[in-house]
Every structure is written in C-alpha cells, then in structure tokens.
Design a protein around this ligand. Structure first.
Ligand code: SAH
Length: 248
C-alpha cells in the first residue's frame, strides 16, 4: 500500500496558545499550562476512552494545521542548534514535514464524560488552540521510556534562560484577572522564559508581543531579561480598531 491514506479528525485541542510563537518547543515544559482535548462525534463516547483514566500520560497524534501545506525541505534548522546548523527533516521534530503529523506526550489530568461528550484535561501540551487530533494512545513507560537512550543534538531539555518580570501595568492586569485566570502569571512566566523569539534572533534586544489566552502579551528584552510591559485584552484591541475604522 502506498497511500495516500485518509485520516479522520477525532478531536480538537482547546488551549491558551492562540499563535505559534509562545508555545514551548516540546510538551511538558510549562507546568501551569492546561488544555482540553474535546472528542468529536462519533468518537465522543465514554466507551472510546474506557480504561484510559488509569494512565497518567497519553500520546496525542495531531495535525500541524497552522503550517502551510507542501512546505518542507530535506534539511531543516532546529532551534536547538541556534537556527544555523542543519539536520535532516527526519532527524528533527520540525513542524514542516512531508506529512503534517505531530506527536506529543502529555499529562492526562482528568477525563470528563457527560451527556455532552468527552473532554480530556491535559497538562503541559505544546499545542495550538484548534489543533486537530487524529489519535490518542496511552503512554506506557516500559515501552515508551528509554532513560539511557542517545538523543543526538537534543541531549537535555532546553533551558528556560529568560528572567521574566512584570511592569506595573502588567501586574495590574494580572491582579484584575486573578479570579478568572489564576494561572495567567505562571503560564506567561513559564512560556516566555523559553524566549519567544525565533532562534536566529536570540541574543538581539527587542520587543514584541504574543497572544496568550485572550490577551496580547507585550514584552521588551534586554540580554536575558524579559520585561512584560503590558497585558492587553484583545477585546480592547478590537474596540480600538473598530473605533479607528469608524473614524475613516
Ligand atoms: N511534540 C510535537 C511538536 C514539536 S514542534 C512533535 O514532536 O511532533 C512544537 C511546536 O509546534 C510548537 O513550538 C508550536 O509552535 C508548534 N505547533 C503546535 N501546534 C501546532 C499546530 N496545530 N500547527 C502548527 N504548529 C503547531
């Protein structure tokens, strides 16, 4: 059989990561980050996940839906190598591959089954909001964990090297959101500590913004210090844009 093969989407990810840049480059790096995997009909039945509650972790096979199709090359530049050195696409976990298939091992915090369907509560997923899921499998330590395996150019977890601080305006916003989103500060701190800039820009000073939850999280970088200058609700941005458009 040579394909093409067809897959059905069995679920969808809901996560705080609304764009690619703030997402850690592998799962498990941001402990405060929670996401849900919603099973879609006809797979959203309690029977389909019966027994899964006994596993603390699962493998999630998903589609890199936010990558332009057909854009891959045999050599890629993994961020781990500073974005300069190249390795084969199949020696990497690059999102630009012949088939846009991603694979993440994530912690399964809880399974919620109701008349409305099935939700898997995940911790530490490196997945974009809206990511289509094509398969779920239990993580089985005796087969899936090989502690003394060699790991090429990625021998250890990346270092969260940015010191994340919050300016007064940002702190104020955190205060205001504390009840609704108690994990907001920790998710921002832990995610941005991995440096949201593309690898080739690492080391350069600069400012930028990433979308987390429903906020534009703005930051300024000097050296290894990342100051969160503002946390702007996106609704405010829309209001501003609409006001500007109305004035034209
Ligand atoms: N653990 C997975 C993903 C590694 S790449 C694997 O090894 O296959 C991780 C990057 O994928 C993240 O930094 C994020 O920017 C990107 N990503 C996550 N979900 C995505 C999606 N739905 N479409 C495109 N890119 C995505």
């Amino acid at each position: 059989m040579a394909g093409p093969f067809e897959f059905v989407q069995i679920g969808v990810i809901h996560s705080c990561y609304k764009e690619k840049f703030a997402i850690p480059r592998q799962p498990g790096l941001v402990a405060a980050q929670t996401a849900t995997l919603e099973l879609l009909p006809p797979y959203n039945r309690a029977e389909a996940v019966k027994g899964l509650e006994g596993f603390s972790h699962i493998w999630v096979s998903f589609i890199f839906h936010a990558v332009a199709p057909g854009k891959w090359s045999a050599l890629v530049r993994p961020p781990r190598l500073g974005g300069n050195e190249r390795v084969g696409v199949f020696a990497s976990r690059s999102t630009h591959r012949p088939n846009p298939l991603g694979l993440s091992v994530v912690e399964l915090a809880a399974i919620e089954s109701s008349a409305d369907g099935v939700l898997l509560h995940l911790i530490g997923a490196d997945l974009l909001d809206g990511t289509p899921v094509v398969d779920i499998k239990p993580y089985i330590p005796y087969v899936d964990s090989i502690p003394d395996a060699r790991a090429g150019f990625a021998p250890a977890a990346p270092v969260a090297r940015m010191q994340v601080e919050f300016a007064a305006a940002a702190q104020e916003r955190l205060e205001r959101e504390r009840e609704r989103l108690p994990q907001l500060q920790q998710v921002i701190s832990e995610s941005l500590a991995y440096d949201p800039r593309p690898a080739y820009k690492a080391g350069a000073a600069g400012s930028g913004g990433v979308r987390l939850f429903d906020f534009d999280v703005r930051y300024a970088i000097t050296g290894t210090r990342l100051m969160v200058t503002a946390i702007v609700p996106l609704a405010d941005e829309w209001d501003k844009m609409n006001r500007l458009l109305a004035r034209e």
